[in-house]
Design a binder for this molecule. Structure first.
Ligand SMILES: [Zn+2]
Ligand SMILES: [Zn+2]
Length: 170
């Protein structure tokens, strides 16, 4: 089972390497060549890219799952910004580092891991965990939410994700 990390536009190499090492649910994590951000997805009025416009470049990559990583700020219809976005039950997801920055490099990288694990969770069939603020599947409205929650699935979410992972392994 392979996870492909797909940089979209210039992306901090330190964060990519951190994600490659820390996303351990997959047997193998590889970093694909960088692709350009899709000009069609850019909204000049907002100065943001539509998150789902980044899926196409991800879908061209092989891998059980493909996670697009960008430093561009992302939005979706009805949402002023998103930390990440996924195709529910699909093969690809994206995360944006734009709003995760912090003077504390370790905190910045940990936020990226949490958002990555969260979006990949959606691709493994997980919904938002409303009940447990510490579960990585808890929705992050603000960075404070992201900082408060852990990087792991709670037992219930982990069991559900494991069912999907088991199916993908066979
Ligand atoms: Zn979510
Ligand atoms: Zn949970």
């Amino acid at each position: 089972m392979r996870l492909t990390l797909k940089p979209l536009g210039a992306v901090d190499a330190g964060v990519l390497e951190h994600l490659r090492r820390e996303l351990r649910a997959f047997d193998e994590v590889v970093v694909a060549p960088t692709a350009d951000l899709p000009s069609t997805g850019f909204n000049p009025k907002r100065g943001q890219y539509r998150a789902s416009s980044l899926f196409e470049a991800c879908l061209q990559e092989p891998g059980t799952r493909v996670l697009g990583v960008t430093e561009a700020d992302l939005y979706e219809t009805g949402l002023n910004f998103v930390f990440g976005y996924s195709q529910p039950g699909g093969r690809v997801a994206v995360i944006s580092l734009a709003r995760l920055r912090d003077a504390d490099l370790a905190r910045y990288r940990e936020r990226a891991v949490k958002e990555a694990v969260h979006e990949l969770g959606h691709t493994l069939g997980l919904a938002h965990d409303e009940d447990r603020a510490e579960c990585v599947m808890h929705f992050s409205r603000t960075l404070a939410d992201t900082d408060r929650k852990g990087r792991e699935y709670c037992a219930a979410c982990a069991a559900r994700a494991e069912l999907t992972l088991k199916r993908l392994r066979t």
